[in-house]
Design a protein around this ligand. Structure first.
Ligand SMILES: [Zn+2]
Length: 122
């Protein structure tokens, strides 16, 4: 028969594990700080996530309109045939991406110190 103390120990370990998981997710959530746009594997530009702006990209592949507002990024417009990038939900956390495959364009949230909490309170 397991002793009552063992159950308490298991409970404590479980709580520690859950807290650890929560902290990890929280930290991952806080890493989003800049927006990097890559076209055909080359960096087109990097922009701070906490400053609203519209980036219009017109190149040989086509047209994309990336909008940064309220600490998140979305593809407002594009002339690609599939429109997947336009339909993609806005991104705001570390290493999330919006990819426009026909235009070989990737919008990625890259690391930094600005947290979502700061963005929300601004
Ligand atoms: Zn697209």
């Amino acid at each position: 028969m397991p002793k009552k103390k063992d159950f308490i120990l298991i409970g404590v370990l479980l709580v520690i594990a859950l807290i650890g998981l929560g902290v990890t997710q929280f930290l991952q959530h806080q890493t989003g700080a800049s927006v990097t746009i890559t076209i055909g594997g080359e960096i087109y530009g990097t922009y701070p996530l906490d400053q609203s702006r519209t980036i219009e990209i017109n190149d040989a592949k086509g047209y994309n309109k990336v909008v940064i507002e309220n600490g998140s990024v979305h593809m407002a417009d594009a002339d690609c045939p599939d429109q997947y990038c336009v339909q993609h939900a806005a991104i705001h956390a570390g290493h999330e991406t919006i990819i426009c495959l026909p235009h070989e364009l990737v919008v990625e949230i890259t690391g930094g110190e600005v947290s979502d909490v700061d963005v929300v309170t601004q």
